[in-house]
Design a protein around this ligand. Structure first.
Ligand code: 6PG
Length: 249
């Protein structure tokens, strides 16, 4: 598949870019347009951790500081490590450094997961915060946009292989455990992700080429990958992929 190519593959809208920076620039433009089109409605985004989202946040800080009405945007997190915000592992901490501290977004619009608190209690508390500050469709929280990364093992958000029950949980948030580090995480469930208006995967780097190929050449075995359980109710998944991650397509 040639670079800079847009295609629809099995209900996926795939855009491929030469470099991670071009991927981030293009998605930043698309986010700004989504926010603009939402007019005066609050625009709710569930953010992701990871290196590619981190690049996106830098681009948004540098190029969209004043051209986006950040006062209408509410930031949430699709997942968070159970660490304090100052911890280098914190998704919130990374987003605050790369984006939040650089734009005019009211602090009440930033809904962080309190990774420093008891995980079970925080999963319950954050579920209530999501319900309070987002619309619901069919009784399920409805984000305008959910941004996801993809792990080499096929995880997304903090839904890891072997924990696929988190895809269909009736809860809004669950406590997950990283299979290697055993680090506890809070994650929104597949039910919430799939209820979003737009679900976007940001994937870059050669290391992701195999998992991307496996997911896109879907076979029964790939059903075990949590990312294959992301099947939005209200549309398709959008994939922003760089040429390295797309090299086996
Ligand atoms: C996290 C993310 C996780 C991440 C993927 C991809 O908290 O780590 O939510 O799902 O997006 O692991 O991360 P990279 O883009 O850094 O490879």
């Amino acid at each position: 598949m040639e670079v800079n190519h847009k295609a629809t593959l099995m209900n996926r809208i795939v855009k491929i870019f030469p470099t991670p920076l071009e991927l981030a620039n293009a998605f930043a433009v698309d986010i700004a347009e989504m926010i603009r089109k939402s007019y005066d409605q609050p625009f709710t985004i569930a953010l992701s951790g990871g290196s590619t989202p981190g690049l996106l946040f830098k681009v948004l800080s540098e190029n969209f500081k004043s051209s986006v009405d950040w006062k209408r945007v509410h930031f949430f997190w699709g997942d968070e490590r159970c660490v304090a915000p100052e911890d280098p592992e914190s998704n919130y901490g990374m987003t605050r450094k790369e984006l939040i501290d650089n734009i005019l977004i009211p602090s009440v619009n930033v809904h962080r997961i309190k990774g420093e608190d008891n995980p079970d209690d925080e999963a319950r508390r954050y579920s209530e915060e999501i319900l309070t500050f987002t619309r619901s469709v069919d009784g399920i929280p409805f984000f305008n946009l959910v941004i996801l990364g993809l792990g080499e093992d096929g995880h997304t958000a903090s839904i890891f292989p072997g924990q696929n029950e988190l895809l269909n949980s009736q809860k809004i948030c669950e406590v997950a455990i990283h299979p290697v580090t055993h680090q506890k995480r809070i994650t929104i469930t597949g039910k919430v992700i799939n209820n979003a208006a737009e679900v976007v995967f940001l994937v870059a780097g050669k290391k992701k080429s195999e998992i991307v190929q496996k997911l896109f050449n879907k076979t029964s075995v790939t059903n075990d990958y949590p990312a294959s359980g992301i099947v939005p109710v209200h549309g398709e998944t959008h994939w922003y992929i760089d040429s390295e991650a797309a090299k086996l397509l």
